[in-house]
Design a protein around this ligand. Sequence first.
Ligand code: PLP
Length: 367
Amino acid sequence: MSRVCRAEGGVNLAQGFPDFAAPAPMKAAASRAIEADINQYAVTWGAPRLREAIARRTAAYNGIPTDAETDVTVCCGATEAMIAALLATVDPGDEVIVFEPFYENYGPDCVLAGAAPRFVSLRAPDWSFDPAELAAAFGPRTRAIIVNTPHNPTGKVLSRAELELIAGLCVEHDVLAITDEIYEYILYDGREHVSLATLPGMAERTVTISGLSKTWSATGWRIGWCVAQPELTAPIRKVHDFLTVGAAAPLQEAAADALGFGDEYFARLAVDYTARRDALVSVLEEVGFEVFAPGGAYYAMVDIRRHTELDDVAFAMELVRGGGVATVPGSSFFADPRDGRHLIRFCFAKRSETLESAATILRERLG
Ligand code: PLP
């Protein structure tokens, strides 16, 4: 959709990346690192300063005691962390439970690891799951469950009670959890981020993934990480070494500085995203969509049926055409495209000018 948007001269609310600058001190730190000739391979599993910064932040924010020497692997984004974790822990023939709708990579990641994804539905309007459906998905071949909170594409923030239910099933069935917590600081209306690894019985069976892309507005830097106890980290580091050797060395140094930003940085991030969410959600409601307002992350899913009988792909194409607004068709987040044919996703990680331009177009076309 980003490509189509460029061709159509549209406003891009499709792909999940900010159109504003990354933090200035982080950019300055990267420049300094390049000037200081940090140009060669870092330690494969991450520059020591960055691993220490990740360990401190993960202990302080997530409540997961983390040893920088043995528990942290720096990867080329959360994307690489996820596939490295799966390749390291899942065998061909295993099953991996994935909540649906899901971030597009998880299905192919499972397939690349030789595993079969087993989908469990998150249902609108609050995107909760049916505990019985989840319990039924755990079987003798289940090796892992992927848990993404705050969630792309729905903005769902799993509650402590929901995570406890997941944890109970993981312990009962001896299943690993691989969590994607990349939006962990982007939370609305006082919601709490709970890391699954902190729940009873989960520390030794959870790989916790996060990264620089969203919290530090730097999706192109390709810095992410996973945190897991040494027995899980050792095989992940091996896979990571063979996949990519390592993430960009000077950017790792800058990331170490960025992870040390004070509390005010993270508080500001949440305040700014709340303003962006409110601006977009109110326009989407005003033009008549049924909006599933997000509790976290930076996306809003809407039901398009009040506007059109077209499916999601046709409607998204019509909306972007001739300088329109680009969105992501809902079917891209479902194994069976029919399940998402009534949904499209808007990304609001955008400057207020971008959101205002999108609002003007949406009012003209749909209002
Ligand atoms: N995980 C989720 C849930 C995402 O939405 C995204 C990007 O949109 C990523 C991971 C990608 O993270 P990274 O840029 O660190 O690879």
